[in-house]
Design a binder for this molecule. Sequence first.
Ligand code: GDP
Ligand code: IMO
Ligand code: MG
Length: 425
Amino acid sequence: MNTTGKVDVLLGLQWGDEGKGKVVDVLTPNYDVVARFQGGPNAGHTLEFEGEKYVLRSIPSGIFQGGKVNIIGNGVVLAPDLFMDEAVDLEKSGHPLKDRLHISKKAHLIMPTHRILDRAYEAAKGKNKVGTTGKGIGPTYTDKVSRNGLRVGDVLDNFEEKYAAHKERHMKMLKALGWNDFEGFEEVEKKWMQGIEYMRQFQFVDSEHEINNILRSGKNILCEGAQGTMLDVDFGSYPFVTSSNTICAGACIGLGIGPNRIGDVYGIMKAYCTRVGAGPFPTELFDETGKTIRDLGHEYGAVTGRERRCGWVDLIQLRYSIMINGVTKLILMKSDVLDTFDTIKACVGYKLPDGTVTEELPYEIDAVTPVYKELPGWKTDMTKFTDKKQFPEAFANYIKFLAEFLETPIKVVSIGPDRDQTIVL
Ligand code: GDP
Ligand code: IMO
Ligand code: MG
């Protein structure tokens, strides 16, 4: 098959919340279609422009620029009630969606009982809990892989009966787990069913055909990742990960695109690092500096409001992510958060328990101690800059150092949450 359009993939290189939503919005004018390929309402992608702020969970971040078609791919898990809330709000704010947001029939539905199962599994893990978003992500993907899932396409035929059978199976599982907290369940279920009815107003599509036809007609697609590479179920800090493949290969699986169709892979990274939920984080800061980054960067979860753990940028971890994803272009976010720092640290090696130092992220990521390089801060407010020529020398040196160490060019620098606070290099 000879396709002429191109597919680029944009994804997070750290533990999520790198600023993917903002960049998708900025890049949307260069594409005909934007598509989400994995994850679900565990994502919270923030966009700011013209004094307004939006947080998207299941809807792709390409819906604000130029009336483009946006696609929710087969790899996504969708909660009809949350989707309805999100879509209704967007339509109210003047962004009509119904004729240009297409949903794959193969996307899996997150049932109310999946969310209870999420809580029950977390409770059963006790102190080893993952710290999930509680959106039912793990149980829904588990049902998908164990061939028990309920899909968007199921809505079209004999749905009530299918739903009841799945619910009954979940109830048995919850009983086995000794779970008996069903407070408010009936209301949630009622709203969920309203969400199903609401969803019927959207186009349910065979998205793999739609996407490949779009490519064949010479149009370009941007794939929007959710979460980050270190939350990938195979390559992340397992078991403290999400339940999908967040990496570039996930775009092939979650949309039905041949690997040879992938063009640029945009790797989104913060100038520091954050993580929400439990699990290893080698460069985490427990001191005042960590607190300062959290305050200046407003590092609180877009979905759960939880405090994000903060630390220095980890170049060993980033090199690993760049390798796994085949990143061709880096996009550096939130540099402005470090504008007031005297010095900045970057992790350039991991010390292992036996005293040796490695530059390769090991299986034992929880046992490493970071080795840092310290760089001078730029001590300049960059948030109103409009051109790279305005960058202070110390910042220019910092991005040069990052690009060299990571062996990948930095193509865009973001210096604030607004669409306009973006500098193309
Ligand atoms: P995503 O999940 O990767 O889309 O990222 P989130 O939206 O969860 O978190 C990124 C946060 O940083 C949001 O609140 C953005 O508005 C904000 N943000 C994005 N880019 C920048 C930037 O360059 N500087 C600052 N200060 N904030 C930014
Ligand atoms: P975006 O797309 C940051 C984390 C959760 C938890 C783990 C598993 O906004 O970057 P889950 O609910 O997926 O089973 O939780 O993954 N997590 C995220 N952290 N950003 C996200 O999405 C996340 N989605 C899930 O905190 O540690
Ligand atoms: Mg987020």
